[in-house]
Write a protein that binds this ligand. Structure first.
Ligand code: BES
Ligand code: ZN
Ligand code: ZN
Length: 481
C-alpha cells in the first residue's frame, strides 16, 4: 500500500471513495455536493465519535463517507491515528483499491497530523496470517491519498509515518512469530539481514564468543535450553551524541526451574518485545537518518527448565566485578540485561534507554494502558514525555527509591535478583536492579510488559504484538537536540 499527500482541492477531486472526518456539531463544509449534504441531514449525522454516513454519487467522485470525529477540543494525535485506521477499515470493507482521506481542518500541525494519519492507515492494514492457509485474494487498498493544505509538510509527514508504520509492522511480525521459529539464532540472523540491507555495522556473538566476553548472566539464563544465546550489536551513523538502545530478547520465558504456571504460558513468546523495539527503531533510523550515532544492543536467550538449567541459589559473577545470587530463575530478564548494560558503557553513551517486558507487577500497576518508566534523569524523562505525546504511546514514571534497592541485598553476593517474595514494588525493584549495572547519566528503563501485547484493540492495534515504543523512540531520536 502506498500513502501520499495531495493538495486539498475539491474541484479536482476524482476518487472511488472520499472519507471525510467531521467534528461533533460542526457545520459541514459547503463545497460538498448537495447529495452529501442532503444525506447527512436525512440521517441526522451529527459528527459524534464513531458515527458514519455513507453516500453514493455518480460523478468523478463515486462515494463519500462522513465519519464522526467527536468533540473538537478532545481531538488529538491519538484520535487522528484511530480515525485514520478506521478509514482504512471502511475502505477495505468497501473493497476499493484507492481512497482519499480528509481530516476536517487539518491545517494546524500538518506534518504531525499527516504522519499520525499515515501510521494509522498503514498499521490498520496489519495482519499476521503467514501460517494460515491462503484464502482467495480479496481486492486490497493500494493507494491512499491524504488531503492537506500544505503539500510540502504533508509529504514529509507521510514519509515519516510510512517508515514508522513499516518498522512497527516489521517488529510485530518478529514478535508474533512463535518461539520455535524465532530462536535467538534466528533473531541474530534478522539483525544481520537488516544491517546489511541498510549499510549498518552489525556484530552477532555466538555462544563461544559470549563465553569469551564473560557475559555470564546471558550464559546462566540460556544454559537450560538447547537453543544457543546470541548477543547482538548494531550501529547506525555518526554524530557527536551516541544513544544506546538496549532490548530484552527472551525468545521464550518458561521461568526456568522456578517454572511458570501453564495458563497463558504461550504468551511468553512475546518476552522478546524489547528486542523487537530495538530492531524496529534501527530499521527506522537507517531510513530517517537523524544526525546521531545510534547503537542497538540485544541479549537473546531462551529460559527453560532442564537438568542443565541455572538453579535458585546459584551465583553469577559479572565481568564488571559484581556478583548476583539467583533467588528466582523467572526473574531472568534483569540477569540478561545486566550483561548488556555493562557492555553499553564501551560506547560512552550520551543517553541510554532499555526496553523490556520485565515484570508482571508492571501490568498490575498500569494495566495495558501505559508503559512503566524509570530513570536517573529528569531531562531524559521530559524528552520522552514529549515524544510520547506525539506518538500516542503512554508512559508513566515510577520511583526508584533507595528502599527498593535495599530489598535487593543478598547474604552471599553483592545483589540478589529478587526484591521480596511477596512481589512488593516489583517493577521498581527490577528497575533498581538494572541501575546497579548502568554507567550513564541519562538512562531510562521502559517496562513494556503491559503494552507489548494484549492492549485494548483499536482500529490500528489488533490482537498480538503491538510494536509499542518504536514510534516513541524514533520520534525522540528525530527531535534530538
Ligand atoms: N517476562 C516476565 C515478566 C512478564 C510477566 C511480562 C507477565 C508480561 C506478563 C519476567 O521474566 C518475569 O517472569 N518476571 C517475574 C519476576 C519475579 C519473579 C520477581 C514476574 O513478574 O513475576
Ligand atoms: Zn521470567
Ligand atoms: Zn521474562
Amino acid at each position: 500500500m502506498k500513502v501520499s499527500a495531495a493538495q486539498k482541492d475539491y474541484s479536482k477531486l476524482s476518487s472511488q471513495l472520499l472519507i471525510l472526518g467531521v467534528f461533533e456539531k460542526e457545520k459541514l463544509p459547503s463545497h460538498l455536493s448537495k447529495n452529501v449534504l442532503d444525506a447527512a441531514k436525512i440521517e441526522k449525522f451529527s459528527g459524534k465519535d464513531g458515527e458514519a454516513c455513507y453516500v453514493r454519487l455518480n460523478g468523478k467522485l463515486k462515494r463519500v463517507v462522513l465519519l464522526g470525529l467527536g468533540k473538537k477540543e478532545k481531538f488529538d494525535l491519538a484520535k487522528v491515528r484511530e480515525f485514520s485506521g478506521k478509514s482504512y477499515l471502511v475502505a477495505s470493507s468497501k473493497k476499493v483499491e484507492e481512497f482519499c482521506l480528509d481530516l476536517f481542518e487539518i491545517e494546524e500541525d500538518v506534518l504531525l497530523r499527516a504522519q499520525a494519519a499515515t501510521e494509522g492507515i498503514v498499521l490498520a492494514s496489519y495482519k499476521f496470517d503467514k501460517y494460515k492457509k491462503k484464502e482467495d485474494k480479496q481486492p486490497e487498498v493500494k493507494n491512499v491519498s491524504i488531503l492537506v493544505s500544505d503539500v510540502k509538510l504533508g509529504k514529509k509527514g507521510v514519509m515519516i509515518g510510512s517508515v514508522l508504520g513499516e518498522a512497527v509492522m516489521f517488529a510485530r511480525d518478529i514478535a508474533n512469530d512463535p518461539a520455535n521459529k524465532l530462536t535467538p539464532t534466528a533473531m541474530g540472523n534478522i539483525a544481520k539481514k537488516i544491517s546489511k540491507e541498510s549499510g549498518m555495522k552489525c556484530k552477532v556473538l555466538d555462544k563461544k564468543q559470549i563465553v569469551k566476553q564473560k557475559m555470564n548472566g546471558l550464559l546462566a539464563v540460556s544454559q537450560g535450553s538447547i537453543e544457543e544465546p546470541r548477543f547482538i550489536e548494531m550501529e547506525y551513523g555518526s554524530g557527536k551524541d551516541t544513544v544506546v538502545l538496549v532490548g530484552k530478547g527472551l525468545t521464550f520465558d518458561a521461568g526456568g526451574i522456578s517454572l511458570k504456571p501453564g495458563v497463558r504460558m504461550d504468551e511468553m513468546k512475546f518476552d522478546m518485545c524489547g528486542a523487537a523495539v530495538v530492531l524496529g527503531v534501527m530499521k527506522a533510523v537507517a531510513k530517517l537518518k537523524p544526525k546521531l550515532h545510534v547503537v542497538g544492543l540485544i541479549g537473546a536467550a531462551e529460559n527453560m527448565p532442564s537438568g542443565s538449567a541455572v538453579k535458585p541459589g546459584d551465583l553469577i559473577e559479572y565481568n564488571n566485578g559484581k556478583s548476583v545470587e539467583v533467588m528466582h530463575t523467572d526473574a531472568e530478564g534483569r540477569l540478561v540485561l545486566a550483561d548488556v548494560l555493562i557492555h553499553a558503557k564501551k560506547f560512552k553513551p550520551k543517553a541510554m534507554i532499555d526496553f523490556a517486558t520485565l515484570t508482571g507487577a508492571c501490568v498490575v500497576a498500569l494495566g495495558h494502558a501505559s508503559a512503566g518508566l524509570m530513570s536517573n534523569s529528569d531531562t531524559l524523562c521530559l524528552k520522552m514525555e514529549l515524544a510520547s505525546r506525539k506518538s500516542s504511546e503512554k508512559i508513566w514514571r515510577l520511583p526508584m527509591y533507595e528502599e527498593y534497592s535495599d530489598l535487593l541485598k543478598s547474604d552471599v553476593a553483592d545483589l540478589r535478583n529478587l526484591g521480596g517474595w511477596s512481589g512488593e514494588a516489583g517493577t521498581s525493584t527490577a528497575g533498581c536492579f538494572l541501575k546497579e549495572f548502568v554507567e550513564c547519566e541519562n538512562w531510562a528503563h521502559l517496562d513494556i510488559a503491559g503494552v507489548a501485547w494484549g492492549m485494548k484493540e483499536n482500529s490500528y492495534t489488533k490482537k498480538g504484538a503491538t510494536g509499542f515504543g518504536i514510534r516513541l523512540v524514533s520520534q525522540l531520536l528525530l527531535d534530538w537536540k
